[in-house]
Ligand binder design. Sequence first.
Ligand code: AGP
Length: 608
Amino acid sequence: MCGIIGYIGKKEAVPILLSGLKRMEYRGYDSSGLAILNDGTIQVEKKVGKISELEKSLDGNSIPGNIGLGHTRWATHGMPTQINAHPHIDSKGNIALIHNGIIENYMSLRQRLEKKGHKFRTETDTETLAHLIEDAYHGDLLEAVQMALAQVQGTYGLAVISDMEPDKIIAARMGSPLIIGVGEDENFVASDLAAIIPYTRNAIYLEDEEVAMITADSIQSRTLSNEKVLNKVESVSFQLEEIEKGGYDHFMLKEIMEQPRTLEDSMRGRLLEEEGTTKLGGIRQYIDKLSSAKRIIIVACGTSWHSALIGEYMLEEFARVPVEVEYASEFRYRDPIIEERTIVIAITQSGETADTLAALREARRKGASTLAICNVVGSSIAREAEAGIYIHAGPEIGVASTKAFSSQVTVLALLAILLGRMKGISAAQGRWMVRELKQLPNMVTQVLENMEPIKELAAKLKDHPNFLYLGRGFNFPIALEGALKLKEISYIHAEGYPAAEMKHGPIALIDKDMPVVFIATQDGTYEKVLSNIEEVKARQGTVIAICTEGDKEMKSKADFTIEIPRTMNFLMPILAVIPLQLLAYHIAVMRGCDVDQPRNLAKSVTVE
Ligand code: AGP
C-alpha cells in the first residue's frame, strides 16, 4: 500500500512531506520521492530504498517551495527502481503525480498515447496517468484530471500538481483511501491520517469518484462528472503517540502488550452484564436480520480469515445460525450462490484489502445484506458496508496483525452472545459469558507477565526450519494463526492443521527436528489432543503445549508447556494466541528479521 502526502500553504513543503512519509513507513515500501513546485517549475527527487536515502540525496539542500507531493511506493507494476518510483511526470515535466492503486487498463491507454507521440520513461501504470492528464489538458487542470480519470479502469488515490496552475493540488479517489487535512491557511492530502496528524485533526474523507481542487485556503470537491460535492469536515481523535513505539523495540511488541487495553476498548460500552447480553450500536438496524438470517457468510483474508473461523464456531454454537467462512479472493471470483436472508460480513483490520472490498461488492451485487467488522474508521470497507462494528483496537502499525486479531475475536464473541440471547441462551448463561468477557483483559495481562519462559523457548527453537501447529475446535484457527505469525515475520516455514488431520499426511513430517506446537487447553477434545501428542512423541517430535494452568498431566507429557488461565472454551483462543504471538516475535528478533516490516509484505494489500 503506497503512502501519499501533499502540502500546500505558507511553510516549506519538503520537511512536512518527509516527516509525513516517515510516519507512513510502517505500511511497507521499496522507494520514495518528492515533487516540489518552486518558482514556476517542478523539481522531482526520488530514490530506491528507505526514506533516509531520499534525504541523503537532498543532501541538506532542501528544495525550496511551499507546494509539493511526497510518496512511498510498494511496487505493483514495474520493479522497485528509482525510475519507477513516484512522483511521475508528463512528457515535458509540467505535471507531477503520485498514486496509490492499480490502473488496470493502463496498457491500452499507453498504446493510444504512444500513437499520439507520447514517450514513456518507466514500466509503471502510474506514468500513464500523468500523460493522460497532459493529453486532456486544455487550460483547466481540474477538468483535465476529470477527463483523464473518466477513461481509467482500476483504483487510485492520487494527487497532482502542475507548473501551469502553480497554486493548487488536485486530488482524486477511487478505491484507495485519500484524506484531505484541513489546516489554517494550509491544506494537506494524505493516504493515511498518521502522515498529517501533527498538523491538523480536521479531515475530509474523499469518496470514490470524487475529485478535489485544493488551494492554501480553499477545498472544492466535484464528482468525475463535475457535480458539486459538499464535503464533511470530521475531527479525528487518535493521538500521534498511538502510532509511535511507546518505548518498545518494535510496534509489534507494543501492540501485543497493549492488548489488555485494546480488548477493553473493543468491549467498552458494549457489555450489559445485568441483562446478560451485549449492545452493538453500529448494527442496531440489522439485529433482526441477523437473528433471522438463513445463512451468514464471512469473507476475509489472512489473519482476519482466522478470526472469521472462530466467529463461525461461536455463531453456530450460540446463535444456531449456519455460517460459512470464505477467503475473500475465492468468493469474489467463484460466482457464489446468495439466496434471500443471507448476510455477508467482511472482517478486515485495514478496511482496504482489495479482495475483501471486492467480495463485499460482489455480495451486495447479488442482493446480500453486507456488514463489516473493521478497525480503521472511515476506511473503504467500513464506508461501503451497510453497517458494521468497529473493533477500536487503535492504529495497528506492525505488519503482522496481533491486537486487531484478538479484538476481532472479541467483537465476534459480543455478536455471538447478542444473537445467542435472542435465540434461547438464558440470562444466567449470558451473564456468565459477559462476566468472563469482562475478565479477559486481566487474564491477558497474566499471560503477558509470563514472557520469560517464552523467550527461553524461542532461543531453543529459533533455528528449526519447519514448525507444525495443531489444535481442535475453537483452537484450530489458533493453530493457523500461530503458524502465520511465525512464517510472516521469521520466514520459517510453519503449517497449521486440525490436530486430527495429522494422521492424514503431516505425521510423515514428524521427526526430532520438527517442533510441534499444540494448543491443548482442557476442553471437550482434550483427551483426543493428548493422543495426538503421544503420536508425535512416539516419532521423536518435540512437543510444545499451550495448556490450561495447573495441567499436571500435560506438563508430564509435553517437552515444553506454556500455561494460560482457564476461561470459557469460546474465549480460550484469545488467551491461547498471546504466547504464539510472543513466540513468533522473539524468534523473529533472535533471527534478526525486520519484525515490523517483514520482507515482501505490506500492512494492507490494496492490490489483487
Ligand atoms: C496478518 O498478520 C497479515 N498481515 C495479513 O494476513 C492480513 O491479516 C491480511 O492481509 C488481511 O488484512 P486486513 O485484515 O487488513 O483485511
